[in-house]
Design a protein around this ligand. Structure first.
Ligand code: AMP
Length: 426
């Protein structure tokens, strides 16, 4: 019997996991820099949460959710995105009552969507996301955008553009919805079945349709920013002014509406033309969602956030081999007695903070030297029969190729001295 991984999933093997860890560390560092704290919520939630929060006319909810009944007959869903869970947890943990009004949190982990797998699109993928809840201010929108831009720049992703748009507040959206309906009504029969259903329930979703994307009626559709209320326009103008002052390049992209229902006011996407990702590829996006927390039973609370697809960030990360990732010591025993001694040595060295490993396969010196090389070991400790008898080992620096005989009781101090005296290895 042979088992394969489910379609649309990948295994991250040790060969790739270093790169993931590197990226995760970078994301955590940027988060700390912005004083954003980590929040961890369940991988599955009640199905109702997503249909409520994400919207029951969105593709994510109607077509892409992994929904199942548990043994207690509850309908649960593997999270397709992170904001709904964070907003639910914000309410459930009464975070709105905390003394610090603006709660800034980030999350990182797997998300699940039943989509057609293709390059950069999986069924289990990972997102890093940030949510800032509790303060309605264009400054917070810009804080989010700045953080998103900082991340892509820190990862060395080339040719990025920040696309922004405003969907406005309730008043703007009501006016806009009417305008959209007037625009699409005469051509409704030419649109796909889904769009015909969206027309009544949520006409904004029509603009997101993948089937009708090329229909010219899309390009000529009214633009949200022409229907902004005074208040919504002032908010958006302030966002633009702040970006100008900070000299952050952006384009106002009036077609940007984003695929999830909870957005209001500012929405944004980071689009990269990095050749490694393919032209015009969205690495992440987000926006403001002032109605969401209230929709989930909490007090009216403004929020703004964004999420990056981590696989896309990975594709863009440089492939440079990191030579500093080698281990400190590789121990090479020859024979059973030497192996006993080797295990004692690595245990002692690990307890003192050194990263080490040894040969367990019982190979000859040549094979063991190859492993020492593959692991990028700075030092190799060779233990043959003579060494066991004489109670010493041979320590070889793999950089200078110098080799010394070191008494067992002096191993730790020898290695410590070696590191202190040689800054190249630190
Ligand atoms: P969304 O939550 O739809 O706004 O998506 C945010 C980001 O997550 C996107 O810009 C993509 O980078 C990434 N993403 C969304 N769906 C997938 C998927 N099925 N596979 C890989 N990445 C995805």
């Amino acid at each position: 019997m042979k088992y394969n991984r489910p379609r649309g999933t990948v295994d991250i093997t040790p060969e790739n996991s270093e790169k993931w860890i590197e990226m995760e560390q970078l994301l955590r560092t940027v988060a700390a820099n912005y004083n954003v704290k980590e929040m961890r919520t369940p991988i599955f939630e009640h199905t109702e949460l997503f249909s409520r929060a994400v919207g029951d006319t969105t593709d994510v909810v109607t077509k892409e959710m992994y929904t199942f009944k548990d043994k207690g007959d509850r309908s649960l869903t593997l999270r397709p995105e992170g904001t709904a869970g964070i907003a639910r947890a914000y309410v459930e943990n009464k975070m709105y009552a905390l003394p610090e009004k603006l709660q800034k949190v980030y999350y990182m982990g797997p998300m699940f969507r039943y989509e057609r797998p293709q390059n950069g699109r999986q069924r289990q993928f990972h997102q890093f996301g940030v949510e800032m809840l509790g303060v309605e201010s264009p400054y917070v929108d810009v804080e989010c955008m700045l953080m998103a831009v900082t991340i892509v720049e820190a990862l060395g992703i080339k040719n990025i553009k920040l696309h922004i748009n405003s969907l406005g507040d309730d008043e703007s959206r009501t006016a806009y919805r009417e305008a959209l309906k007037n625009h699409f009504r005469p051509v409704l029969n030419d649109l796909c079945e889904d769009c015909q259903a969206r027309f009544e329930k949520n006409p904004l979703r029509i603009l997101d349709c993948k089937v009708d994307a090329k229909n010219p009626v899309m390009a000529s559709a009214p633009r949200t920013i022409d229907y902004l209320s005074e208040k919504a326009k002032a908010h958006f103008d302030k966002v633009c002014n702040l970006l100008d002052d900070l000299e952050i390049e952006y384009v106002v992209d009036t077609n940007l509406v984003r695929g999830l229902d909870y957005y209001s006011h500012t929405v944004f996407e980071i689009i990269s033309d990095d050749p490694k990702l393919g032209a015009g590829s969205t690495v992440g996006g987000g926006g403001r969602y002032n109605g969401l927390v209230e929709e989930l039973g909490g007090p009216a609370t403004p929020g703004v956030g964004f999420a990056f697809g981590m696989e896309r960030l990975m594709l863009a990360l440089d492939d440079e081999e990191d030579e500093e990732n080698g281990i400190d010591v590789y121990v090479m025993p020859l024979g059973d007695e030497a192996r006993d001694l080797a295990m004692q040595i690595i245990t002692m060295l690990r307890a003192n903070g050194f990263t080490c490993d040894m040969d367990y396969a019982g190979r000859g010196l040549k094979g063991q030297f190859k492993s020492s090389d593959r692991f990028g070991a700075h030092l190799s400790i060779i233990i043959g029969e003579d060494e066991v008898k004489g109670e010493y080992v041979n320590i070889r620096c793999n950089h200078s190729k110098e080799q010394s005989e070191v008494k067992l009781e002096d191993i730790l101090s020898y290695i410590e001295n070696h590191y202190e005296g040689d800054h190249e290895h630190e």
